[in-house]
Design a protein around this ligand. Structure first.
Ligand code: ATP
Ligand code: MG
Ligand code: FE
Length: 338
């Protein structure tokens, strides 16, 4: 069974073909980083225009690389939210046309559900139920995951997402775009313990996060140095910021494991590619005796292979979408209160 997956929720146009739910035949990602760099962030109108330009040749290339014809594809799945409406509409319209033209099922996938399922592309798969920490550009949340398509929100950020905080701090320090990777590279050469930064929400119970205050603390620190005519120790500041974010994520994830009496933690989303976060959680897993499941970095950031995994499980359940499928900007997670 071969499923073709399309992802255009943000600024990556992606197409993947997956066989029998786990064998990747192709996984292509066309990033728009270059296009948005000079604006220091994503310009939605430019993003959708670029998706429009790239989606057809990218899909053709995916089929070519897998050495398949369109007639050999059994179903088409596509992200229909959450994300940028203009971007989502391109992918969804394209997928509808493919499904209609070929008379094969159309499947709608939730982008966050797919991020959680990225780990199933790895050899070692987590057993249900597990706790998932999703840290991306638009979301930072803890979920209790009961099954492939059934997950419940334990807590989430009240303001900025972790990835968004990385990107904003990088912009503020004039380091470029996108900020996550740049900060983590600079942080490797810094000392994380020289600049004191807050650990927001650790003093509060529950599983919510907040990162905008941490960003403000960085702003204040930089402004203070500038007023004094001192230069900013960029490496140390990046390291301190990264450590503060990672510690909060770690503490809340551990609390969620304890509260749900669960021994399996899955990491997901673009920030899950962060080395310090991965290493810190590995260390914590050893210390506290839980099992950690990490997707490879290429499956952490946006990709269509994870959408295909989600689509595959919907296919098995016969959950198909109709041709009037709509898109949505914001997630509406089911909550679990403990
Ligand atoms: P969402 O999934 O919430 O809709 P998104 O799809 O834009 O948002 P992802 O592609 O999952 O987000 O992740 C992108 C984010 O990950 C960006 O904010 C980026 O800075 C961050 N990121 C990527 N690599 C790293 C890294 N090594 N360290 C920290 N952050 C990183
Ligand atoms: Mg992106
Ligand atoms: Fe994403």
């Amino acid at each position: 069974m071969k499923i073709l997956a399309i992802e255009t929720s943000c600024d990556e146009t992606a197409c993947a073909i997956l066989k029998d739910g786990e064998k990747i035949l192709t996984n292509l990602v066309a990033s728009q980083e270059e296009l948005h760099r000079r604006y220091g962030g994503i310009v939605p109108e430019l993003a959708s225009r670029k998706h429009m330009e790239v989606i057809l040749p990218l899909t053709q290339e995916a089929l070519e690389r897998a050495n398949l014809g369109l007639e050999e594809i059994d179903a088409v799945c596509v992200t229909n939210g959450p994300g940028l409406i203009g971007s989502l509409v391109i992918g969804v319209s394209f997928a509808k046309a493919l499904a209609y033209g070929r008379k094969i099922p159309l499947i709608a996938c939730d982008h966050i559900n797919a991020h959680i399922l990225a780990v199933f592309l790895e050899k070692e798969k987590p057993p249900f139920p597990f706790v998932a920490l999703v840290v991306s550009g638009g979301h930072t949340a803890l979920f209790w995951v009961k099954d492939y398509l059934e997950f419940y929100l334990l807590g989430q950020t009240r303001d900025d997402a972790a990835g968004e905080a990385f990107d904003k701090v990088a912009k503020l320090l004039g380091l470029g775009y996108p900020g996550g990777r740049i900060i983590s590279r600079l942080a490797e050469e810094g000392n994380p313990d020289l600049i004191p930064l807050p650990r927001p929400m650790l003093d509060k119970p529950g599983f919510d996060f907040s990162f905008s205050g941490l960003k403000t603390a960085v702003v204040n620190y930089v402004n203070d140095l500038k007023l004094k005519g001192l230069s900013v120790p960029i490496h140390d500041l990046c390291a301190a910021f990264e450590k503060a974010v990672v510690e909060v994520l770690k503490e809340k994830a551990v609390a969620a494991l304890l509260a749900t009496n669960c021994q399996h933690l899955v990491l997901a989303g673009g920030v899950a590619a962060n080395k310090r976060l991965r290493e810190t959680l590995k260390h914590e897993a050893q210390k506290r005796n839980f099992k950690l499941y990490l997707p490879s970095p290429e499956f952490c950031t946006d990709n269509a292979a994870m959408i295909a995994v989600c689509g595959y499980h919907k296919y098995l359940r016969g959950e198909f979408a109709s041709l009037d499928l709509d898109v949505y900007a914001r997630a509406n997670f089911k909550k679990l209160s403990l």
